[in-house]
Every structure is written in structure tokens, then in C-alpha cells.
Ligand binder design. Structure first.
Ligand SMILES: C[S@@+](CC[C@H](N)C(=O)[O-])C[C@H]1O[C@@H](n2cnc3c(N)ncnc32)[C@H](O)[C@@H]1O
Length: 259
């Protein structure tokens, strides 16, 4: 076996062992719970835009984008636009590498690869900053509820022009809302791509963490994923990602389309 394959094989064994390590999982969750009291996920910035994610999940997303090489990433939940700009910049790199391989000229503003963001409330200052960003030509935004029929229709019409699609759900975190988003958007996920459902970790956190939120344990993205998967065998949870990350807001939320 060549040294790289050997390194990968050792890594898989080590990740499997982390997945079985109850102490590590418990300590990671304890850390997440404690860090949440400090609003840990609100303090990161991607190329000038605040991104409400854990760095660990962003590295996992980078790995998925490299693996899938999507031509469309659909994201529900824009907020300050950090995750949109993150995805757009990853797609720009894919285009640049394609140009290096084919010898064609790389124009960062011309691409078939796009990010489509949906938010019920795109604040004026956030929209202005996203539109002024160097990655703006790759970003399209729809303002509206992600589960409104007219939004779903627009997203499907745009998706019809793309063939490798990655979906990220990160808007309203109630069970009913996420289930409706899964029903609307998970079918757009291409085979071997992913539908990533963020904030499934809410199920594993204490109820008191969410005093002013409609979601909490028993009513959150993980409960929606469980329900959706009962009738959608074309998806499976890629546990290797959460076993590797340990610190993640999306345990059981990395759904791989296998059929
Ligand atoms: C957690 S933030 C998104 C964070 C963003 N993905 C990031 O990584 O920086 C959630 C966003 O979902 C939006 N939202 C809430 N309800 C929604 C709905 N019904 N449809 C679409 N977006 C919604 C909120 O306005 C908010 O901007």
C-alpha cells in the first residue's frame, strides 16, 4: 500500500475509534453546552462577513465541497452572509483549479457555479455588504420564507439549470420547519452529494438553553431528520463526519444521498 493510502486507512480506523469513544463524545457535548453560554458560534468571520458556524463544521463543509465539486449550493438562512461568502469562495477556488487543469483563462467573475441563499429577512446592511463583496457575482439571494410555495418554486427553477447540488439547511430550527425544508429541498440533492442539516445538536442540549426560542429538545432539526429518514432511504447519515469533528452543531445532520 502506498504511504498516502496507508495514512488514510489509519485515519479511518482512528475516526471509527473516536466514534465509539463515549467519554470523548460526552466531553465534546459538555464543551459545546458550556461554549454556547458564551455564544461561541457568533464570533467568526469569513472574508469579512460574520458566519454563525463552528470552525469545525466549516472545515467539514470545505472537505465536502472539494469532494462533490457542486455547481450549485443552496443555503437556507443567510443572516450576515458569512456562510454564503464561504461557499462562494470555495466555488471560486474550484473554478480556478478547473482553469489550471484545462489551461483556460480564469475570470473570477464568470462561473456556472453559484450559491443560492434564502432568508425571510435579509437586513438592508447585510444585503448591501454581500452585494459589495468580491464574491457577489456568484451569490443569488431570495427573500422569503424557505417553506413558502413561491420560494420553493423559484429555488427549483434555478436548480433545474444545475447538475451537482449541495443543500444546507440553517434557518428556523423547529421540527415542522426543518421537516418542510427537507421535503422541499432534500430531493434537489444530487447523488453522492449531501443535504446538511445544521443545529441538530439542539436535541442533545438542555431545555434551559433555549428560553426564548420555539425550538429545543424534542422539537428541532434532529427530530425532523429522524422523521424524514423514515421514508427516505435514498439518504443516510454520514456518521464519519461527526465522529471526526466531535465538536459539531450537526450530529446526525450530514445526510449523504446514496441513491
Ligand atoms: C442561524 S442564522 C443563519 C446563519 C448563516 N447560515 C451563517 O452560517 O452565517 C438563521 C437565519 O434564518 C433566517 N430565518 C428564520 N426563519 C426563516 C424562514 N422561515 N425562512 C428563511 N429564513 C429564515 C433568519 O432570518 C436568520 O437570518
Amino acid at each position: 500500500m502506498n504511504p498516502y493510502d496507508q495514512f488514510k486507512q489509519e485515519g479511518r480506523t482512528e475516526i471509527d475509534a473516536m466514534g465509539r469513544d463515549e467519554k470523548l463524545t460526552e466531553l465534546s457535548l459538555q464543551w459545546i453546552n458550556f461554549a454556547n453560554t458564551r455564544k461561541y458560534s457568533y464570533h467568526f468571520v469569513w472574508q469579512g462577513r460574520p458566519v454563525i458556524q463552528y470552525p469545525q463544521d466549516m472545515v467539514a463543509m470545505q472537505e465536502l465541497i472539494w469532494q462533490i465539486k457542486p455547481d450549485l449550493i443552496v443555503e437556507t438562512g443567510i443572516a450576515h452572509g458569512g456562510s454564503l461568502i464561504f461557499s462562494a469562495s470555495m466555488l471560486a477556488l474550484l473554478d480556478m483549479y478547473d482553469a489550471i487543469e484545462t489551461g483556460e483563462k480564469f475570470d473570477p467573475k464568470i462561473s456556472q457555479r453559484k450559491v443560492l441563499g434564502i432568508d425571510i429577512d435579509i437586513r438592508t446592511h447585510n444585503r448591501a455588504a454581500i452585494e459589495a463583496h468580491p464574491m457577489a457575482s456568484r451569490v443569488q439571494m431570495i427573500q422569503g420564507s424557505s417553506i413558502a410555495p413561491e420560494t420553493i418554486e423559484q429555488v427549483h427553477a434555478i436548480a433545474a439549470n444545475h447538475s451537482r447540488i449541495l443543500i444546507c439547511l440553517d434557518s428556523n430550527h423547529t421540527h415542522d420547519h426543518v421537516l418542510a425544508e427537507l421535503q422541499a429541498y432534500a430531493p434537489l440533492t444530487s447523488k453522492d452529494s449531501y443535504c446538511v442539516v445544521f443545529d441538530t445538536v439542539i436535541e442533545d442540549m438542555p431545555k434551559e438553553m433555549f428560553p426564548n426560542r420555539p425550538w429545543g429538545p424534542d422539537n428541532n432539526p434532529k427530530t425532523a431528520v429522524r422523521e424524514y429518514l423514515k421514508t427516505h432511504p435514498e439518504f443516510e447519515i454520514d456518521k464519519s463526519i461527526q465522529h471526526k469533528l466531535q465538536i459539531t452543531v450537526a450530529p446526525d445532520g450530514y445526510l449523504k444521498r446514496i441513491n
